[in-house]
Ligand binder design. Structure first.
Ligand SMILES: Nc1ncnc2c1ncn2[C@@H]1O[C@H](COP(=O)(O)OP(=O)(O)OP(=O)(O)O)[C@@H](O)[C@H]1O
Ligand SMILES: [Mg+2]
Length: 576
């Protein structure tokens, strides 16, 4: 398990930590072994010699304690800095370099689990799990070696126990690993279903479905219980066999020693010494198995963290191919022979060719799922295309740095995410160095000033998590104010007025008209007004562009468009 994959300094520290805990375990084993000569001298009445051994035991135990203390301190330090702090920073810097397409509906859960749970699980490894495993194993090894000097027979039993213990420990690990995926899946499903259950309360209560009535939740709870029981069964099976080996082995040694004592082959003090050593040998080893599931938990938490940290990034252009943004003054967009799929083998866009002239408005129309939002997002490089090329001013967008491309594009989508701060800060995020006057002007154009005037603390009103204290239309105005403030030359709009009431729609449509001036605009529209205002309209059907022309020509020549227009004119939503 590599916790500190890239960090050489942390790796070195971790190796030192392992050595400290091994030394601590060895010292612990030695202090146990030293009880054998201590008992001997006590039984023989050599009190002075016994005290010497006692002093050695004291010194070894003290050295062991100091080692453990130093190790635990280093472990705690590593846990805070090299795990918690470093992994949180790595996740943070991953988030700003991950492609925008990574942030789908599941990403919020992944990031929140990584930060709130997974990092803490991994943080237990250096100061708790690692010391336990290493000290137990190294002290057991010392006791086993010492027995070799007392009697070859006893050592032989212990050496015979070791491969069996290792075998059952490994089997336990493998069995748990095998069902772990199912366990995690069932657990995540149960967690997300309970959240859904809470969010769907208004609908469920209205339909009379209470806790026992919602089959989906019952299934998720049962699956999770079944997975937990299966884990316990698998754990129990191998734990029993492992414990049997540890306990039977120790018992065999004790019985053998008792016989030898009875026959006079060994002295009483040797017997007592062996008994003490066996107890100190068997007890910690028996507890070791419990740490196997801990190691598995740590491994899978680490895998989840690494899946975010090492997730594939979009390649940045090298200095040779990099487009000099200062030379770009025309912002025409072109899709050339573009294929794209979210899932391997399922093409969502097929041979898309589309030219969006600079400073014009192009509307995308088509059935739900036909690929409109995908086309829109490919311009902002949410993902890279599978085939073909997307160009801005004749340059492949892959040759723009992410920062340059993001500077060229403003996106206003239906779902607006606001962060839990003031309205003003939420607008200002679009241009961090903007002056108050600029922010105010942008807000006025988006008609956000009307909203602010109604709020108790004006510009300093907190919007709540995700903007929960604002209405859909109000959030939309914040998003449009951001776009005004940023004033990027390319504007991507996705069905932003579809969820708004008439008044809000009219206000926002007016703001958008102003925002669109002199910009290259791609708008996904389900409304007649947005379509009519467009310079050209592309009809998207099943991942292909069927036609791209003005309204008049399309209505005359394109059957699909006629069908759409008729549906919209009757106030219906575009469905094919
Ligand atoms: N993140 C994703 N992962 C997998 N498939 C996706 C993803 N996003 C969209 N799809 C699929 O790609 C296809 C095109 O989706 P897209 O969102 O582009 O359609 P749309 O034309 O915008 O539809 P709508 O009008 O309903 O918004 C659909 O079949 C959709 O299920
Ligand atoms: Mg869409």
């Amino acid at each position: 398990m590599t916790v500190f994959n890239q960090d050489k300094k942390a790796q070195k520290k971790f190796t030192t930590l392992k050595i400290i805990f091994i030394i601590s375990g060895i010292l612990q084993g030695i202090s146990v072994v030293l009880t054998i000569p201590l008992f001997k001298e006590l039984f023989l009445g050599n009190i002075d010699k016994a005290f010497s051994w006692l002093a050695y035991i004291g010194i070894t135990a003290l050295a062991c304690f100091v080692c453990h203390l130093i190790g635990t301190n280093i472990g705690n330090y590593m846990s805070v800095w090299e795990v918690c702090d470093s992994k949180t920073r790595q996740i943070g810097s991953s988030i700003i370099t991950l492609p925008l397409g990574w942030f789908d509906t599941t990403s919020k859960g992944k990031v929140s689990k990584a930060i709130s749970t997974d990092i803490n699980v991994v943080a237990h490894y250096p100061p708790i799990v690692l010391p336990e495993i290493l000290t137990v194993l190294s002290s057991a090894a010392v006791i086993a070696l010492a027995l070799l000097f007392i009697s070859f027979k006893y050592a032989l039993i212990i050496f015979a126990m070791m491969p069996l213990m290792y075998y059952f420990m490994k089997k336990n690990y493998q069995a748990l690993k095998l069902i772990e995926q199912e366990n995690v899946r069932a657990n995540q499903k149960m967690e997300s279903t309970i959240i859904e259950f809470a969010q769907l309360q208004p609908v469920l209560r209205a339909s009379g479905a209470l806790l026992n009535g919602w089959a989906r939740l019952q299934t998720a709870l049962n699956d999770d219980k079944e997975a937990a029981l299966e884990t316990l069964r698998k754990k129990g099976e191998n734990t029993f066999k492992y414990m049997l080996v540890v306990n039977l082995g120790s018992l065999l040694i004790l019985v053998l020693a008792a016989f030898e004592l009875k026959n006079g082959t060994i002295e009483l003090y040797t017997f007592v010494g062996i008994a003490v050593a066996m107890l100190r040998f068997a007890n910690p080893l028996a507890g070791l198995l419990g740490y196997i599931s801990e190691v598995l938990n740590i491994e899978s938490a680490l895998n989840r963290l690494n899946s975010i940290i090492t997730s594939e990034r979009l390649a940045e252009p090298d200095s040779k191919s990099k487009v000099n943004i200062a030379n770009i003054n025309q912002f025409n967009i072109e899709f050339k022979d573009v294929d794209f799929s979210y899932l391997k083998g399922i093409k969502v866009l097929k041979n898309v060719n589309l030219t969006i002239p600079a400073g014009s408005i192009t509307a995308l129309v088509g059935a739900s799922g036909s690929g409109k939002s995908t086309i829109n997002k490919l311009i902002a490089r949410f993902w890279d295309v599978d085939r073909g090329v997307v160009m801005v001013n004749g340059n492949n967008i892959k040759n723009f740095t992410t920062a340059d491309l993001m500077n060229l594009v403003s996106m206003v989508f239906q779902e607006v995410y606001l962060f839990n701060s003031t309205i003003k800060e939420n607008v200002a995020i679009a241009k961090p160095n903007a002056s108050d006057a600029e922010i105010l002007a942008a807000a006025k154009k988006a008609r956000l000033d009307e909203v602010v005037a109604r709020l108790p603390n004006g510009w300093d009103t907190k919007v709540g998590e995700g903007g929960s204290s604002l209405s859909g239309g109000e959030k939309q105005r914040v998003s449009i104010a951001r776009a005004f403030l940023k004033n990027a030359p390319i504007l991507l709009l996705d069905e932003i007025t579809s969820a708004l009431d008439g008044v809000n729609e009219a206000i926002i449509t007016k703001s958008l008209e102003e925002l669109s001036k002199d910009k290259t605009v791609l708008v996904i529209a389900h409304r007649l007004s947005s379509i009519k205002n467009a310079d050209q309209i592309a009809v998207v059907d099943n991942g292909q562009i069927l036609a791209c022309d003005c309204h008049q020509k399309l209505i005359e020549n394109n059957a699909k468009y006629q069908q759409l227009w008729q549906a919209l004119s009757h106030g219906e939503v575009w469905q094919v």
